[in-house]
Design a protein around this ligand. Sequence first.
Ligand SMILES: [Zn+2]
Length: 119
Amino acid sequence: MVAPGHYSLRSINLSRLLSIRCNRARIREQFAKPMVITSGYRCQDHCAKIGSTMTHTTGQAVDVSVSGGPAYELLGIALEEGFTGIGVKQKGAHKGRFLHLDDLEYKPGEHIRPTIWSY
Ligand SMILES: [Zn+2]
Protein backbone atom coordinates (compact mmCIF):
# COMPACT_ATOMS: atom_id res chain seq x y z
CA MET A 1 0.00 0.00 0.00
CA VAL A 2 1.43 3.34 -1.01
CA ALA A 3 0.34 6.71 0.20
CA PRO A 4 0.71 9.71 -2.09
CA GLY A 5 3.78 11.73 -1.27
CA HIS A 6 7.41 12.30 -2.02
CA TYR A 7 9.70 9.32 -2.08
CA SER A 8 13.27 8.93 -3.07
CA LEU A 9 14.35 5.73 -4.70
CA ARG A 10 17.59 6.15 -2.83
CA SER A 11 15.94 6.24 0.56
CA ILE A 12 13.04 3.86 0.27
CA ASN A 13 12.74 0.19 -0.38
CA LEU A 14 10.70 -0.10 -3.54
CA SER A 15 9.66 -3.58 -2.54
CA ARG A 16 7.43 -1.95 0.02
CA LEU A 17 5.73 -0.01 -2.75
CA LEU A 18 5.37 -2.74 -5.33
CA SER A 19 5.55 -6.48 -5.15
CA ILE A 20 7.55 -6.65 -8.32
CA ARG A 21 9.22 -9.87 -9.17
CA CYS A 22 12.44 -8.40 -10.41
CA ASN A 23 15.52 -6.83 -9.02
CA ARG A 24 14.40 -3.81 -7.09
CA ALA A 25 17.88 -2.75 -6.17
CA ARG A 26 18.66 -2.26 -9.84
CA ILE A 27 15.72 0.11 -10.22
CA ARG A 28 16.92 2.14 -7.27
CA GLU A 29 20.42 2.26 -8.66
CA GLN A 30 19.34 3.05 -12.19
CA PHE A 31 16.73 5.64 -11.35
CA ALA A 32 18.52 7.43 -8.56
CA LYS A 33 16.31 10.49 -8.57
CA PRO A 34 13.61 11.75 -6.25
CA MET A 35 10.35 10.06 -7.19
CA VAL A 36 6.95 11.53 -6.40
CA ILE A 37 4.19 8.98 -5.95
CA THR A 38 0.95 10.76 -6.77
CA SER A 39 -1.22 7.71 -6.36
CA GLY A 40 -0.69 4.40 -4.68
CA TYR A 41 -3.40 2.34 -3.05
CA ARG A 42 -7.00 3.39 -3.70
CA CYS A 43 -10.13 1.75 -2.40
CA GLN A 44 -12.69 0.42 -4.88
CA ASP A 45 -15.18 3.17 -4.04
CA HIS A 46 -12.64 5.87 -4.84
CA CYS A 47 -11.71 4.18 -8.13
CA ALA A 48 -15.36 3.99 -9.10
CA LYS A 49 -15.87 7.65 -8.21
CA ILE A 50 -12.97 8.90 -10.30
CA GLY A 51 -13.60 6.41 -13.11
CA SER A 52 -10.23 4.77 -12.59
CA THR A 53 -9.33 1.18 -13.30
CA MET A 54 -9.12 -1.14 -10.32
CA THR A 55 -5.38 -1.71 -10.64
CA HIS A 56 -4.73 0.56 -7.69
CA THR A 57 -6.97 -1.47 -5.41
CA THR A 58 -4.42 -4.28 -5.37
CA GLY A 59 -1.57 -2.28 -3.87
CA GLN A 60 0.53 -3.30 -6.87
CA ALA A 61 0.28 -0.03 -8.77
CA VAL A 62 1.77 3.40 -8.44
CA ASP A 63 1.55 6.62 -10.39
CA VAL A 64 4.88 8.40 -10.47
CA SER A 65 4.97 12.12 -11.19
CA VAL A 66 7.67 12.32 -13.84
CA SER A 67 8.13 13.90 -17.26
CA GLY A 68 10.64 14.42 -20.05
CA GLY A 69 14.03 12.75 -19.77
CA PRO A 70 13.42 11.18 -16.35
CA ALA A 71 10.12 9.72 -17.64
CA TYR A 72 11.96 8.22 -20.59
CA GLU A 73 14.53 6.76 -18.23
CA LEU A 74 11.94 5.36 -15.79
CA LEU A 75 9.94 3.88 -18.67
CA GLY A 76 13.05 2.05 -19.89
CA ILE A 77 13.71 0.68 -16.43
CA ALA A 78 10.07 -0.38 -16.01
CA LEU A 79 10.15 -2.29 -19.30
CA GLU A 80 13.46 -3.89 -18.46
CA GLU A 81 12.31 -4.88 -14.99
CA GLY A 82 9.13 -6.59 -16.13
CA PHE A 83 6.31 -4.30 -15.12
CA THR A 84 3.21 -5.67 -16.86
CA GLY A 85 1.07 -2.52 -16.97
CA ILE A 86 2.40 0.87 -17.99
CA GLY A 87 0.23 3.93 -18.41
CA VAL A 88 1.76 7.00 -19.98
CA LYS A 89 0.45 10.50 -19.37
CA GLN A 90 2.93 12.90 -20.96
CA LYS A 91 0.61 15.55 -22.38
CA GLY A 92 -0.21 18.92 -20.90
CA ALA A 93 1.55 20.73 -18.09
CA HIS A 94 4.66 18.96 -16.81
CA LYS A 95 3.38 18.95 -13.24
CA GLY A 96 0.40 16.83 -14.34
CA ARG A 97 2.44 14.25 -16.23
CA PHE A 98 3.06 10.79 -14.82
CA LEU A 99 3.76 7.15 -15.47
CA HIS A 100 1.52 4.45 -14.05
CA LEU A 101 3.41 1.25 -13.23
CA ASP A 102 1.97 -2.03 -12.05
CA ASP A 103 2.87 -5.68 -12.00
CA LEU A 104 -0.51 -7.33 -12.14
CA GLU A 105 -0.71 -10.74 -13.73
CA TYR A 106 -2.88 -11.61 -16.69
CA LYS A 107 -6.16 -13.27 -15.80
CA PRO A 108 -8.41 -14.89 -18.41
CA GLY A 109 -11.22 -12.54 -19.35
CA GLU A 110 -9.17 -9.45 -18.60
CA HIS A 111 -6.96 -7.33 -20.83
CA ILE A 112 -3.86 -9.05 -22.15
CA ARG A 113 -0.66 -8.35 -20.25
CA PRO A 114 1.94 -7.03 -20.54
CA THR A 115 0.29 -3.91 -21.87
CA ILE A 116 0.78 -0.20 -22.26
CA TRP A 117 -1.74 2.60 -22.65
CA SER A 118 -1.90 6.36 -22.76
CA TYR A 119 -4.12 8.87 -21.00
ZN1 LIG B 1 -2.30 4.50 -11.90
